[in-house]
Design a protein around this ligand. Sequence first.
Ligand code: FAD
Length: 120
Amino acid sequence: DGDDDCPPDVEALGRASWTLLHSITAAYPTRPSPSLQAETRAFLGAFARLYPCWSCGDDFGRWMRAEGGANAPRVASRDEFGRWMCEAHNAVNGKLGKERFDCERWEERWRTGWGDGRCD
Ligand code: FAD
């Protein structure tokens, strides 16, 4: 655990995966084409099916389909997608008893860096 040359456990895999997922939202266009939006939805479905912690991926897929579609990926703009990913991550945080993240701050954490310059 903690060794960069050992197979990842569920925690290391999760941290790496959230870094990728939030970074994808941070680099997402402000006005994505309809075809990119469709590809993004398809990616998230495939991601849930392929995620190499099966119970995690199953739960993530179920969460996306739950609430009569209210949790379905929102991919019509960077802002919408970034917030949706933050909510998805908060759903996992809640399941694991971790603190909720303030989704007003997703962009500072994953795109711009914090206002105090510590990420420059
Ligand atoms: P992580 O939760 O990995 O977060 C990394 C960093 O992201 C945090 O330090 C914080 O700066 C930031 N962050 C935290 N919350 C948010 C948010 N809501 N929005 C934006 N940024 C945020 N583990 C299990 O044990 N069981 C599961 O069922 C499970 N399901 C998972 C499903 C998916 C799709 C993924 C990607 C991971 C899953 N994990 C699961 C792993 C789990 O979510 C954590 O990654 C792991 O427990 C390590 O947690 P951590 O406390 O280091 O921070």
